[in-house]
Design a protein around this ligand. Structure first.
Ligand SMILES: C[S@@+](CC[C@H](N)C(=O)[O-])C[C@H]1O[C@@H](n2cnc3c(N)ncnc32)[C@H](O)[C@@H]1O
Length: 393
């Protein structure tokens, strides 16, 4: 069954409630969608799994309902955000650090303390993306964070720092990809990195308090960095152990669609992640396969043929993405219990003006793994139509 239901648009809903306010991330799921899917299909769920958890939207919503959550993502920044958003912190301890950081920032801001001992990290292109003043301020903040011994508090600060990095960089605002501001704007650009950091910390504390207030105490999230395309470690997720999947997978390779790694690169570099510039290459569709793969999906075969008639190279790139996606769905399928559910929030896209029906392809991939399709709900998003796919086993 496939039908339009615009009550899934949530056009006027506040999507930044609870810890959802913490950090922007490309192609974030709308929390209200995860919430409604949990109501509809997760009434008896004890464990959910999000195989491409990104910033952790579905994990937060699961924990609020008292459901344990497991997420994985190959992007280190995504894992940091997801972990921070789902970790309740002792507020008195957090307050001590916030007060201490306030004093620390004040001392540097007003020259009471000098920055001579602060080391600016050396990574590729740092001077291209950050002017010297911003490098110094960010290094001062990072120096503070590096001395925080408690992991949860350090993560809380790092999450605010990541946004501070982005807003202190010479990148155009409102773009997920890295685009530098025009040369004539660079000289005057002098962001108040301490002020940005303090305001993110304060906003995030409010979100955290709301999350802690309504979260069921016993529920927890665990976040990993394994690649569902290759294998799902059975010591982490045994076969037939998951009640429900709620996820939004990538809908194409990171290079030509949403560049998760590129969006995260500067923050990852400031946080000392090695090979931060290779994240996109490791994501789904990042590897180009040369051999022809036989897909058991009529929709996909027809689509690939159509693209191939126009542009062979693009068709083989799209094919590479779907080889990964197909393998990932086979692995994910094994984790779901009999009578469990897979809810995939997907977006259709076009390549060379050919529509790629991600919803129908996802449906066929799951059917190949013994699932029965329940419904595809089509919702409106501004300028796009977004199918939502739910299947059960
Ligand atoms: C649409 S985003 C998820 C957004 C998330 N629902 C949220 O609300 O923030 C897709 C995610 O898939 C991740 N990803 C891509 N390929 C992956 C793979 N092979 N294994 C795990 N995660 C992957 C990307 O890093 C990205 O964070």
């Amino acid at each position: 069954m496939k039908y339009n239901d615009f009550s899934w648009d949530f056009r006027k809903s506040d999507t930044k409630v609870l810890t959802h306010c913490f950090h922007a991330y490309p192609a974030m799921m709308i929390p209200q969608i995860a919430r409604r899917l949990l109501l509809k299909y997760g009434a008896y769920a004890k464990t959910i799994f999000d195989p491409y958890c990104g910033s952790g939207t579905s994990l937060v919503e699961a924990n609020v309902k008292g459901i344990n959550a497991i997420g994985t993502d190959l992007n280190p920044l995504a894992r940091l955000i997801a972990e921070t958003k789902t970790t309740p912190i002792e507020i008195q301890t957090l307050d001590l650090y916030l007060k201490d950081f306030n004093n620390y920032a004040f001392n540097f801001q007003f020259g009471i303390k000098g920055s001579d001992s602060v080391v600016i990290p050396q990574f590729n292109n740092i001077d291209f993306w950050f002017n010297k003043r911003s490098q110094e301020k960010l290094a001062i903040i990072k120096n503070y964070i590096d001395h925080i011994g408690l992991r949860d508090i350090r993560n809380f600060f790092l999450t605010a720092f990541s946004e501070t990095v982005r807003e202190s960089s010479l990148t155009k605002k409102g773009e997920f990809k890295l685009v530098r501001i025009p040369n004539d704007k660079i000289e005057q650009f002098n962001p108040d990195s301490f002020g940005i950091m303090l305001s993110k910390l304060s906003r995030n504390k409010t979100g955290l308090l709301d999350f802690i207030r309504i979260k069921r105490n016993y529920s927890f999230s665990k976040i990993y960095g394994f690649n569902t395309v290759n294998d799902i470690p059975i010591d982490i997720i045994p076969d037939n152990s998951i009640d429900i999947i709620i996820t939004s997978p990538p809908y194409g390779d990171s290079r030509t669609t949403v560049a998760y790694g590129q969006y995260s690169r500067l923050a990852n570099q400031w946080m000392g992640i090695k090979d931060a510039s290779l994240v996109d290459k490791n994501l789904m569709g990042g590897t180009k396969y040369t051999s022809d793969f036989i897909f058991h999906s009529t929709h996909l075969r027809v689509t690939l043929d159509q693209i191939n008639n126009i542009d062979e190279k693009r068709s083989s790139e799209v094919e590479s993405f779907f080889i990964d996606y197909n393998n990932s769905i086979s692995n994910v399928s094994k984790t779901i219990k009999k009578n469990g559910y897979a809810c995939y929030v997907v977006g259709n896209r076009t390549v060379k003006n050919i529509n790629i029906p991600m919803d129908s392809i996802t449906k066929e991939f799951f059917e190949n793994n013994g699932f029965k399709h329940i419904e595809t709900i089509v919702r409106n998003i501004p300028n796009k139509r977004m199918p939502l796919f739910t299947t059960s086993y």
